[in-house]
Design a binder for this molecule. Structure first.
Ligand SMILES: [Fe+2]
Length: 306
């Protein structure tokens, strides 16, 4: 994962003071017209995931080592207007090594935390799935990192554990891309063949009640469009967010080696959460449908939404 920094020397000093495990010293690459690229990288507590820090002084290519192609102009357009990476979510069998890594090495602070289990809804169930999550952030840049761990009982049923098996270790589960208007984005992505998690029909039947219970308030976007596109609604106290999750990359591509990583698209209208209400609502909808869920169906329908 790559981080843009204002000052590479300052970033490296900050990390060195915190005993970050550097993978290499600062590398300086000159471009043309006095442009330059400066980077260093560290190992992390997230299996083989490395963090690279880049100071880009008008470097005249995408990055060192990439080949220039004539398709550059058309390939570089951000046609869906993705504004930012809203958050990054990691999965691990134990989240605390990661959250302490963020605190001790990256200087992050805790932002949010939650736990959820299907047995909270159905205490007599003899199976189930759950997770705990902590979100850490860097207040200055506002970048947020969620980390999930499975929650007992039925630890091995958790989507988090299944991800870890599919990924051959802890890793980045999803990136959430922030947009200003989600409806045209999902419309376009669906037309271009992206496959999203489907909300069960009951989700939209139950939504009005959930909106009242959580005091979500009025939604600006037409409900018919949200339902048609399968966009999910969450929030509380007259603030909301709209979000939708793509299916895992190995489903999108049909290639197992693409792995269980996926993207989320999120539009915020004041709510600063991560959609935990949707996670619960999807489970509720499924249980009420009385669907006999096997592992694959569970993964397709309820992949971790945090
Ligand atoms: Fe998310």
């Amino acid at each position: 994962m790559n981080f843009k920094v204002k000052d590479i020397a300052q970033a490296a000093t900050f990390l060195a003071e915190r005993q970050a495990p550097f993978l290499y010293e600062i590398q300086n690459v000159e471009g043309t017209k006095s442009s330059s690229w400066h980077e260093t990288a560290i190992a992390t507590s997230i299996s083989e995931v490395g963090f690279r820090f880049i100071e880009n002084k008008n470097y005249d290519r995408f990055a060192p080592g990439f080949e220039w192609t004539d398709d550059w102009a058309s390939a570089g357009q951000n046609r869906y207007n993705f504004l930012e990476i809203d958050h990054v979510t990691m999965n691990a069998r134990s989240m605390h090594g990661l959250t302490e890594f963020y605190r001790a090495v990256m200087g992050f602070e805790q932002y949010w935390g939650i736990e959820f289990h299907t047995t909270h809804h159905n205490p007599t169930a003899s199976t189930g799935s759950g997770l705990e999550s902590i979100v850490m952030w860097d207040p200055e840049s506002q970048i947020k990192f969620a980390t999930n761990q499975p929650l007992a009982p039925y630890f091995n049923n958790s989507q988090i554990q299944i991800y870890i098996e599919d990924n051959n270790g802890a890793g980045i589960q999803h990136l959430a891309l922030g947009v200003k208007e989600i409806i045209p984005v999902i419309n376009g992505l669906r037309e271009s063949g992206c496959v999203f998690l489907d909300a069960p029909g009951k989700y939209y039947d139950q939504l009005p009640v959930r909106m009242v219970e959580n005091k979500i308030g009025a939604i600006q976007e037409p409900m018919a469009d949200l339902k048609r596109l399968g966009i999910l609604v969450d929030g509380r106290d007259n603030k909301y967010l709209l979000q939708l999750f793509m299916k895992e990359m190995n489903v999108q591509t049909g290639v197992k080696e693409s792995g269980p990583f996926f993207y989320e698209v999120i539009q915020r209208a004041g709510d600063k959460g991560f959609g935990d209400g949707n996670f619960k609502a999807l489970f509720d909808s499924i249980e009420q449908d009385q669907v006999a869920l096997n592992r694959q169906e569970m993964r397709d329908r309820t992949d971790c939404l945090v």
